[in-house]
Write a protein that binds this ligand. Structure first.
Ligand SMILES: Nc1ncnc2c1ncn2[C@@H]1O[C@H](COP(=O)(O)OP(=O)(O)OP(=O)(O)O)[C@@H](O)[C@H]1O
Ligand SMILES: [Mg+2]
Length: 248
């Protein structure tokens, strides 16, 4: 069974139809790269999956459970239960600047997930170690490089032990030399079979790490397939044109 199933997803902002009829599936362990030009609806689609935006129509099933069905949402507790199964990482890290790295991880875990302080601290240490930030527990985010901040943000998203990780251009705010360390962390997650949906401009990541590539254009999925299919043999002229501009 697919872990995420999206059918007929529609989203408008006022008169602007941003998602027109989006269908796709994500299987357990998939790394789905979502590519497409600016304004095509990639972020909006991702935000709908984790209920940062409400949809205007369509169905999203997560592990078989409806986050929304035919445009109708279930009660809040059900929505929370489903979205607590997902972690999200944003372009702009979104760490709390006044808190240490450690507190950025353990405070939300304690308040939202009701973890005990000891359990949260142990998990935070383990995850920061995993992303190569084990030495920076007591540091404040402003004293870290962008790449380090983003790795802390990834560790924070993993605190809730999510089944699915969503990434919205996690390396776009980073200098090229810092991009690699974040991509390496994501690659490691992928190798541990984390299910991931990654909006990205990093075509090397899409080509080398993704199991499936989705090309979005003007609110629809114009083409999807294996990296091999999309990069070596794109069927659609618009996919070809897009790849030509980004692979220069
Ligand atoms: N909160 C909002 N209110 C009104 N319009 C919005 C809002 N968020 C996004 N849009 C519009 O929806 C369209 C899709 O935006 P979205 O951010 O999903 O695109 P994107 O594919 O992620 O682009 P980018 O590659 O630049 O991040 C754009 O035209 C954008 O201006
Ligand atoms: Mg975006």
């Amino acid at each position: 069974m697919s872990l995420i199933e999206v059918k007929g997803l529609k989203k408008n902002f006022g008169k602007l139809q941003v998602l027109k009829n989006v269908d796709f599936e994500v299987n357990q362990g998939d790394v789905v790269a979502v590519i497409g030009s600016s304004g095509s609806g990639k972020s909006t689609m991702l935000r709908c999956l984790i209920h940062l935006e409400t949809v205007d129509g369509g169905t999203i099933l997560v592990d078989g459970q409806p986050l929304v069905k035919d445009g109708k949402y279930p009660e809040n507790s059900k929505i929370k239960k489903i979205t607590s199964n997902m972690g999200m990482v944003f372009q702009q890290f979104n760490l709390f600047p006044h808190m240490t790295v450690k507190d950025n991880l353990i405070m939300p875990a304690q308040s939202v997930q009701k973890m005990t302080k000891d359990a949260a601290l142990n998990r935070a240490k383990m995850l920061l170690q995993k992303v190569g930030m084990g030495e920076k527990l007591e540091e404040h985010p402003n004293n870290l490089s962008g790449g380090q901040q983003q790795r802390v943000a990834i560790a924070r998203a993993l605190m809730m032990n999510p089944q699915i990780m969503l990434f919205d251009e996690p390396t776009s705010a980073l200098d090229p030399e810092l991009t690699g360390e974040v991509l390496a962390t994501m690659k490691q997650l992928a190798s541990e079979h984390m299910t991931m949906v990654v909006v990205t401009h990093e075509m090397s990541f899409a080509r080398d790490v993704a199991t499936k590539v989705i090309f979005m254009d003007d609110g629809v999925i114009l083409e999807e397939g294996s990296p091999e299919e999309i990069f070596s043999n794109p069927k659609n002229q618009r996919t070809r044109d897009f790849l030509k501009t980004v692979l220069r």
